[in-house]
Design a protein around this ligand. Structure first.
Ligand code: PLP
Length: 393
């Protein structure tokens, strides 16, 4: 078969300003990076607490390899269910205050698999317009009818719920902390609506896990809503510094996933070193609340500094600071201008975000020092000054 469409597709992406390329990091993931051979301060990582290169996680991983070897050899239902998987799941359930938890190989696999297990043809799913691609794909795969409600728009959500048939299964799915906007979903109100219209609630705590709530349990725990949310999903690869994902819920829900969820059943389980790193990360987050405090202080400092420079950034004060640009090309130019000054703040374009809302997604880490933040603000100030001169000229 001819592969001519490949060149045409790449050209189309290029012309639309949407061509992406991989950058290479040499060395470990810290607040500074060797990016394509250049030392930069890293404002583009989800390693919010700085655990990805923490000695405790490194040691836990090495020790697990010594004790249990490298691979798990099979899926969980065959011979790949190892002690460490269950140990990590017990810790996650304790953290979340749920009956049970189940580990998935990635957040993407978790979302796709869980949604398509909970609902199917003839059912209805209500999904926030800014939900992650994995949630969108899970909804599509389920073959249920999908209502996409406006971002955090409770009135629209309620209208959609009213229109759905009373007899089918209904699922509301939302991120708790939105990955590209850094704002929080109105979880309490969503749960109230779900109860009024007899719908299930599934939350994606990918960016809240480790950062919000008691011991980093997430936003649902922060709000004390654990008992009213059926499914709490999150990842181990962001603030927790490792890899993989989890879902927390009732014991029955866990059993259903083990039996029916295709992205859990038909895949080799995560290796023991990854599980050991997850356990070490949960222990660290609990033992060192100062990490979360440092993150919160850094967020306030950077957010306030950008505002003082006249940049339009959201008020949310979360570790995800979206700096809105709009046009995709302009956004990538701004990202390049900062990179030239040693600041790595990734530009985000469609399809990751809706057309016309390209932005820098600036992410803060607990391990950024004052000097890192000052360097960033200095670079932003220079770029703003240049832009003003350009506009006057
Ligand atoms: C909101 C959200 N959900 C799910 C995922 C997928 O998680 P993972 O990277 O573990 O596949 C991501 C990020 O990648 C995310 O931002």
């Amino acid at each position: 078969m001819s592969g001519k469409f490949i060149e045409a597709e790449l050209q189309r992406l290029n012309e639309a300003g949407l061509y992406r390329r991989l950058r290479r990091v040499d060395g470990d993931q810290g607040p500074t990076l060797a990016l394509d051979g250049k030392e930069v301060v890293n404002f583009s990582s989800n390693n919010y607490l700085g655990l990805a290169n923490h000695p405790a996680l490194r040691e836990a991983g090495k020790d697990a390899i010594d004790r249990y070897g490298c691979g798990s050899g099979a899926s969980r239902l065959i011979s790949g269910n190892m002690t460490l998987h269950e140990e990590l799941e017990a810790k996650l359930a304790e953290l979340k205050g749920t009956e049970a938890a189940l580990v998935f190989n990635s957040g993407f696999q978790a979302n796709v698999g869980i949604i398509s297990t909970l609902i199917g043809e003839g059912d209805v799913v209500f999904s926030d317009a800014l939900n992650h691609a994995s949630v969108i794909d899970g909804c599509r795969l389920s073959r249920a009818k999908v209502y996409v409600y406006g971002h955090a728009d409770l009135q629209q959500l309620e209208d959609c719920l009213k229109n759905a048939s009373a007899s089918c299964r209904k699922l509301i799915v939302t991120e708790t902390l939105f990955s590209m906007d850094g704002d929080e979903a109105p979880i309490k109100e969503i749960v109230d609506l779900a109860e009024k219209y007899d719908a299930m609630v599934m939350v994606d705590e990918a960016h809240a896990t480790g950062v919000y709530g008691p011991n980093g349990a997430g936003i649902v725990a922060k709000l004390g809503l654990g008992g009213r949310v059926l499914v709490q999903m999150g990842t181990l690869g962001k603030a927790l510094g490792g890899f993989g994902a989890y879902v927390a819920g009732s014991a029955g829900f866990r059993e259903l996933m083990i039996n029916r969820c295709r992205s859990f059943v038909f895949t080799t389980s995560l290796p023991p070193a990854v599980m050991a790193m997850g356990i070490a990360a949960l222990d660290l987050v609990k033992k060192e609340p100062e990490r979360r405090l440092a993150l919160s202080n850094n967020c306030a400092r950077l957010n306030g500094g950008l505002k003082a420079l006249g940049y339009s950034v959201a008020n949310s004060r979360s570790q995800i600071i979206p700096l809105m640009v709009g046009d995709a090309d302009e956004c990538m130019q701004l990202s390049e201008q900062l990179l030239e000054r040693g600041i790595f703040a990734q530009g985000i374009r469609p399809p990751t975000v809706p057309p016309g809302t390209s932005r820098l997604r600036i992410t803060v880490m607990a391990t950024h020092t004052n000097e890192h933040l000052q360097r960033a603000l200095g670079a932003f100030e220079e770029v703003a000054r240049e832009k003003r001169i350009e506009n006057r000229g």
